[in-house]
Design a protein around this ligand. Structure first.
Ligand SMILES: Nc1nc2c(ncn2[C@@H]2O[C@H](COP(=O)(O)OP(=O)(O)OP(=O)(O)O)[C@@H](O)[C@H]2O)c(=O)[nH]1
Length: 601
């Protein structure tokens, strides 16, 4: 076991983690250069990860370096998927902290470091992208020391692009990271740190064996659950064990210190939840379970509706299947007067929401329409004593209702030149400055308390654009606070569109109403008749706009009787309309429901 090294690789998004992981696979001969050339970013294996060039799901790979066995888990850098970092951190002893030499330490780097330190990991700082002309290694070293508190004199310098420094990095992993502790002869305790559902094999569990061994044919049980949801006893026979290289490689046994996978004809991910401890059945079982994980909480909600109501059963099945893999996505049936029947779904953030929607459309062939996203509020109706959770603004009743909203603690790191602009942005989003300090000569850290609803819109994009791409942010939930909040409805051609309702602060009511009607006027196409758009609070119209009548004849350009071209254009127009929702007699495009997200500028 003293030859094993288990580690995660953490960093701010785009620091080059996945590219560096590829290089490590190549340098250790795990994957050939030819294979890498044909399929770069080996650990970003799913098509959406490749298309968006981001890591969504943590992936492990085992490599040999000298006489050591190194298992590396590549974790996502984006905040929405930070849970994957904390889960994986509990399965390893060390972490590579990758800092982009041209950008230095960023806000998300700090929150990942906190997760790693909480899990007691040994950190090896790596300064990557040293090939870039804008690389500033001394500044990156200084920031690692100032902000992270690590000795950066021995930071490993790499270029994941050219492969420079990768061998030194592998040596450092073996020399500086501790081997796993644990006892091979003890009763089995395996931590389930991730899982996914495979339609042929059932649930595939990713495990870290903390103590003992597990082999094919063993009877195992999760320690937190004696029975599955269907009432059957939670005991399973292991039918495969193995490790990832990064593709699955079957082996005879996993033993203490190993990271690997196992299958045991488990039907639902919930039967052996992530964070659970697996042990053997009967007398050979361990008595104590390993510390589990805290539950994640969805923070952004939206209604998803099939454009064709006949797709509702297929959509339910698709959501159930996705939930098997991604327990952080929640859903329940939803009915909207304007949009029909669908599901109210909860996500960890807007990126998680948009990735899930894309998966529903691409993997399950569904055509969906999404309502405006919202956070979850607590409301207290007049005369009642119990606060209720409400994630759909349309279901907040009119009249006297107290509303509490979630707040987040936000950390911003930027160049001192951009402080004014970021402060102005935060204040315009109802932020309260908690702390401001210089970190290094020209970089500043700002701490704000900010309503989550203001944060989950385009706040991150606005931080980026106001800081020329160099500012970064991270946040964590802080708690609920009462505020003078009201439900704002939107009426289009005199019909209330419940999917556009939102919650706004009374002080900003007129500005919010104006913003909404202006934005909708821009995105709703002209119709054959005049269309009135109104923002309404408590029955009172606070802002209105009008779209004048117009008939769009897409075939007007086709003089000369080109029938096939005419047909093509009409078909294209019909397809475009699928992404429109008919509300009363008005066709409203999907973007109208996302208008609420683009505040800045
Ligand atoms: N010049 C240069 N570019 C690099 C280097 N390493 C990575 N890149 C580029 O930086 C971009 C981001 O790299 P990724 O490996 O996807 O970054 P990541 O940190 O894994 O990003 P997430 O998975 O989204 O968290 C890609 O365009 C890479 O080609 C490097 O050493 N030098």
């Amino acid at each position: 076991m003293h030859r094993l090294r288990n580690l995660i690789i953490i960093a701010h998004i785009d620091s080059g983690k996945s590219t560096l992981s590829d290089r490590l696979l190549q340098a250790t001969g795990t994957v050939s250069a030819a294979a890498l050339a044909s399929r770069s970013q080996f650990l970003d294996s799913n098509p959406i990860e490749r298309e968006r060039q981001i890591t969504i799901k943590a992936r492990a790979a085992r490599m040999r370096w000298g006489d050591s066995t190194v298992t590396l888990i590549d974790c996502p850098g984006h905040h929405d998927f930070s849970r994957q970092v904390s889960q994986s951190a509990r399965a390893v002893e060390g972490a590579l902290l990758v800092v982009d030499a041209s950008r230095g330490v960023q806000a998300q780097t700090l929150s990942s470091v906190e997760l790693a330190l909480e899990a007691g990991l040994e950190l090896v700082p790596v300064i990557n992208k040293i090939d870039l002309p804008t690389a500033d290694v001394p500044a990156a070293r200084h920031q690692i020391e100032q902000l992270v508190g690590l000795d950066a004199s021995e930071a490993i310098l790499t270029s994941a692009k050219s492969g420079l420094g990768v061998d030194t990095l592998l040596d450092a992993i073996v020399e500086r990271l501790p081997p796993p502790q644990g006892c091979r002869e003890a009763h089995l305790q395996a931590l389930v740190f991730d899982s996914y559902y495979d339609q042929y094999r059932g649930v595939v569990l990713f495990v870290r064996i903390v103590n003992g061994t597990v082999c094919k044919g063993d009877s195992i049980r999760p320690m937190t659950r004696t029975h599955s949801d269907d009432g059957s006893v939670s005991e399973f026979i292991v039918d495969k064990v193995g490790f990832l290289q990064p593709d699955e490689v079957e082996c005879d046994m996993l033993e203490s210190g190993d990271i690997g996978f196992l299958t045991a004809a488990i039907k639902r991910t919930g039967d052996v939840p992530v964070g659970d401890t697996i042990t053997h059945c009967g007398d050979k079982g361990a008595q104590e379970q390993l510390p589990g994980y805290e539950d994640t909480k969805a923070v952004v909600f939206c209604g998803l509706f099939p454009t064709d109501s006949g797709d509702l059963p297929a959509m339910r099945m698709a959501l159930q299947k996705l939930q098997l893999e991604d327990a952080s996505m929640v859903f329940e049936p939803d009915k909207s007067a304007a949009m029909g029947t669908g599901f109210r779904c909860g996500f960890l953030g807007l990126l998680h929401m948009s990735v899930t929607q894309q998966r529903l459309e691409e993997e399950f062939n569904l055509n969906l329409f999404a309502s405006a996203p919202s956070v979850s509020y607590k409301i207290l109706k007049e005369g009642e004593t119990e606060w209720l959770d409400v994630s759909n603004p349309a279901s907040i009743p009119d009249g006297k209702v107290k509303i509490m909203e979630p707040y987040a603690k936000v950390e911003l790191i930027c160049h001192s030149d951009h402080v004014g602009s970021l402060m102005e942005l935060s204040q315009s989003r109802r932020g309260e400055l908690q702390d401001q300090r210089y970190i290094g000569l020209d970089r500043v850290k700002l701490m704000y308390s900010l309503p989550l609803s203001e944060l989950v819109t385009d706040f991150h994009d606005a931080v980026k654009s106001r800081s020329s791409g160099f500012g970064s942010m991270s946040y964590e939930l802080e708690g609920m606070r009462p505020n003078r909040l009201r439900r704002m409805d939107v009426h289009i051609a005199n019909s209330a569109v419940d999917g556009l309702s939102c919650v706004i602060h009374e002080d900003n009511a007129y500005a919010e109403g104006r913003f909404m009607v202006d934005k909708l006027k821009q995105v709703i196409p002209r119709q054959m008749f005049k269309v009135a758009i109104q923002a309404v609070i408590g029955g009172k119209v606070i802002a209105s706009e009008q779209i004048s009548a117009y008939r769009k004849d897409v075939t007007a350009k086709c003089y000369g009787g080109d029938a096939s071209r005419k047909k093509k254009l009409l078909k294209k127009q019909a397809e475009g309309k699928k992404r429109m929702k008919m509300i009363g007699s008005v066709a409203i495009p999907q973007e109208a429901f996302l208008a609420i997200l683009s505040r800045d500028g």
